[in-house]
Design a protein around this ligand. Sequence first.
Ligand SMILES: C[S@@+](CC[C@H](N)C(=O)[O-])C[C@H]1O[C@@H](n2cnc3c(N)ncnc32)[C@H](O)[C@@H]1O
Length: 234
Amino acid sequence: MYSNAFCKVYNEFGWNYFPEAFAEQLLVWLEQNQVHVNTSLDLACGTGILCEILHEHGIESSGMDFSEGMIEIAKEHNPDIFYEVADMIQYRPDRHFDLVTCTGDALNHIMDLNDVEQIFQNVYGYLNDGGYFIFDILNEKEVPMEEPIDLDFSEEIKAQFIVTHDEEGAVNLKVTVYEQGKLQFEEVIREIVHDEKEVCRLLTKTGFQVLKCSNHLLENKGNYSKTWYVIAKK
Ligand SMILES: C[S@@+](CC[C@H](N)C(=O)[O-])C[C@H]1O[C@@H](n2cnc3c(N)ncnc32)[C@H](O)[C@@H]1O
């Protein structure tokens, strides 16, 4: 679970560009494939960006996330969207959806593949027949190691991200934020790189038909090489 402070960093300085880019491509994919979606659920929705964009496109979207700070921000962004705090490993809503999404490496936060399989079984249970489960995961070969990334948000505020791998095979993302040279905040996010073939095998075992598992969602766009996009159909 992310601390409330990290949720604010995520929202103010961080990574909202990713769900925005994902949403843009997802909407094109739905149109190209003539898939009509009335209802959607975003697992680990973070600050709710994807839910908001789908909502703006007439989809009755909802979201859930483990981190209270993320759900608070998501509700502030749009109080009309239904959000709840929950752990996707146990989450089994009694509503059904045409589309379930999970973006921004969220499934890489699930360290145990048995839990990933449990999530797939849950999703299969609350997807409508013919519904789609579309998500991304980190690409094993492309996670950069030991490369600090410095970001200057303003004259006063600077941040640094450092990605390291540990002996258990996890990827650790350490985020530090400095204001006027003084350390304001530090947090380590731990993720695991799952083998995409194993992930797809578990989807098939659950009953899904895997339509895509590649480093691009749209045929002519391979813009996030460190990401695999997976499209599974119930
Ligand atoms: C990198 S963020 C991605 C957020 C959002 N999907 C996006 O693309 O911006 C990962 C999110 O996964 C959430 N998360 C991690 N483990 C979770 C779990 N077991 N159940 C629900 N959410 C979880 C975190 O709280 C965090 O908001």
